[in-house]
Design a protein around this ligand. Structure first.
Ligand SMILES: Cc1cc2nc3c(=O)[nH]c(=O)nc-3n(C[C@H](O)[C@H](O)[C@H](O)COP(=O)(O)OP(=O)(O)OC[C@H]3O[C@@H](n4cnc5c(N)ncnc54)[C@H](O)[C@@H]3O)c2cc1C
Length: 384
């Protein structure tokens, strides 16, 4: 069980003061009309001006070294900022992936040149990345990818396709996992590399896929003889699988796997309180209790990540529990309050409910499906 043991993190007085500062800033920004709160804002709230504003506060790449534009804060301070941004439903999608995983990937595996070039731009909130893992025939079985890059003078020529790529239509770059040597049937994880692809390069085409809301968040991306300079290789050639797997702990354990529908929960509690609906309040409080447990686990993982511990199994567990929880907020809200959910409604509750219902099919898929996560947890527990 020790792989699932997590520390209980208690916030210091300074950290609680910092949370107040972040919350007040965000509430003032919303009151000024800088943004409108929405559910699942880390996928769908795209606002480059807001990202730059957050960057200027030092709230992107918060834990990164100052020499690369970071603020050298702790993982817990970063957690506080992320939690407050998600809880208020702020538009953070533009910089989200670069802050959460591309920056940490570069810090761990990138060249000095890559760090100096990309990280300060990311922390400013002006350089956006998307994650190029899934392909039309390779989702859960990621090792079966067929996008491939062949060596040419000064770099690679990339051919292939990615799909479900969140935010690619707005991003400057994508980190693409591709084959740089043919598949070895004895070890299918060998021979893959990660390349930084400038999405403005000739040969890249991006086709958005419409969401159930009618909006466009993720995409099909095609690479046709795209030249990628050799300096854009991340880490070691052939080490792409290991590097991509290392990213997943950042991708799976964060508060975004618990809080995608939090604005709806807050609205639900407000309404049942106003209606003096005792039964409704009981149901809402069950959600609040679950939220508190998952949150403690997720904060514990943030602490362990900072200490450099392997949290892959605990992160898979939190993602499984958290994403089902996010869905159940929408289900409970729908049953307690009689309403007509619509993304165009003027009533906040109906708008949040519609956003949550229409986005929730993706919660348990993105970042690894429930079945895959349970496989990881089970194998980890058996291995002891
Ligand atoms: C909103 C959203 C955003 C996304 N953004 C990105 C992104 O930015 N970048 C990116 O690379 N990808 C992204 N994805 C893709 C996501 O990672 C994949 O959808 C996911 O990995 C599953 O792959 P798949 O869709 O091909 O389903 P499949 O792998 O085909 O799975 C279909 C079903 O079969 C089950 N299944 C598959 N294999 C097994 C097995 N071995 N045992 C038991 N059950 C199994 C799965 O659990 C699932 O229920 C996004 C997805 C969504 C929904």
């Amino acid at each position: 069980m020790n792989k699932l043991e997590l520390p209980v993190v208690e916030f210091t007085t300074e950290q609680m003061e910092f949370r107040k500062e972040v919350r007040t800033f965000l509430e003032n920004e919303r009151a000024k009309g800088t943004f409108e709160s929405k559910c699942d804002s880390w996928l769908s709230g795209y606002d480059t001006e807001f990202s730059k504003k957050i960057g200027s506060k030092g709230w992107i790449g918060m834990t990164w070294p100052r020499k690369y534009g970071g603020s050298e804060k702790s993982a817990i301070e970063r957690y506080i900022v992320i939690e407050e941004l998600l809880a208020i439903g702020a538009p953070v999608a533009a910089h989200w992936f670069a802050d959460r995983q591309t920056g940490p990937l570069f810090l761990r595996f990138g060249t000095e040149k890559q760090k100096q070039f990309f990280l300060p731009k990311i922390t400013e909130g002006s350089c956006y990345f998307s994650i190029g893992l899934s392909e039309p025939n390779s989702g859960s079985d990621l090792a079966s990818i067929s996008s491939k890059a062949e060596k040419t003078e000064g770099g690679w020529i990339l051919n292939g396709a990615k799909t479900w790529t969140s935010g690619a239509q707005h991003s400057h770059y994508m980190v693409v996992l591709c084959r740089t040597s043919p598949k070895d049937t004895n070890n299918r994880h060998d021979g893959m590399s990660q390349l930084i692809v400038d999405l403005k390069s000739p040969g890249v085409s991006i086709r958005p896929i419409q969401f159930l809301t009618g909006e466009e968040h993720f995409n099909e991306v095609f690479f046709e003889n795209v030249f990628v300079p050799e300096g854009n290789l991340v880490g070691k050639e052939g080490n792409g699988w290991k590097q991509s797997m290392a990213e997943l702990a950042y991708e799976r354990s964060g508060p975004e796997r618990i809080l995608s529908t939090y604005p709806l929960l807050e609205e639900l509690v407000k309404i049942v309180r106003e209606n003096k609906d005792i039964q409704g309040m009981k149901e809402a409080m069950k959600l609040v209790a679950r939220l508190n447990s998952y949150r403690l686990m997720s904060i514990g993982i943030a602490q362990y990540l900072e200490e450099g511990r392997d949290v892959a199994i605990a992160a898979a567990l939190v993602k499984d529990l958290g994403t089902k929880f996010e869905k159940s907020i929408a289900e409970t809200a729908r049953l307690i309050i009689s309403s007509t959910p619509s993304v165009h409604s003027v009533k906040q509750f109906e708008k949040y409910l519609a956003q949550s219902i229409l986005h929730s099919p993706g919660f348990t898929l993105r970042g690894g499906t429930t079945e895959i996560l349970r496989g990881i947890v089970t194998k980890g527990m058996i291995a002891g």
